[in-house]
Design a protein around this ligand. Sequence first.
Ligand code: HEC
Length: 210
Amino acid sequence: MSSHDGKATWPAKLGLGLALITTAILLVILGMFGVNLLGALLVPPDQPVAAAPATPAAPTAAAPASQAPVAEKAPAAPAQPDPAVAALLKAGAEVYIGCSACHGPQGKAVVANMAPNLAGSAYVNGPSERLAMIVLNGIQYPGPYLGQMISWKAQFTDEQIAGVLTYIRSNFGNSAPPVTVDQIKAARQKHGPRDKPFSRAELDKVTTNL
Ligand code: HEC
């Protein structure tokens, strides 16, 4: 009986064992798919649902925060230059087109040694009277440059000269204060009657702003 039972139970145990193993494998495989399927089913709804409210919420919170300082700073910067300076810069930009033939559109001499750079120039950024003298009466020739700085007083009005000097003091990396029309008027009264250009030695003695 025992041997018969034994013989009878072995195949049954084997069958049961195989069935359990197969089931286990299937469960594992199904479990893996189940997890993946669950994950695939759960993650997409979770992510969009979580992302959807988060995305509008984050920009809404960030937008006013980032716009507020920009809105406060933006008008402050353009509002600073007063209308008189804006008008000088506009007139000066037109006059400077002629100057740029030698001094270059960016204040760097078109041809090396032809004319000095206005970018970073001590004469441009220095006393306004000296700068006015250069443009009103010119610089004595020959100098260290191939080109010549002539007198411009007959070609331009006080507004135009104040404009071009304000323009070259505010561009090319220069940051000297504007030159006013009144300063050019005073410079013209003082130096205009002179009929020859200034030497650099004469210019270098001048330290005043008219
Ligand atoms: C034909 C060429 C030419 C034109 C146009 C010209 N310049 Fe000049 N400029 C020169 C030369 C050359 C010098 C240097 C002269 C020297 O030192 O012998 C000079 C010197 C200067 C300087 C002194 C800069 C320094 O650091 O030595 C200033 C400022 C200046 N020019 C402004 C102007 C302005 C403003 C205009 C336009 C209204 C103008 N120039 C038009 C040739 C020119």
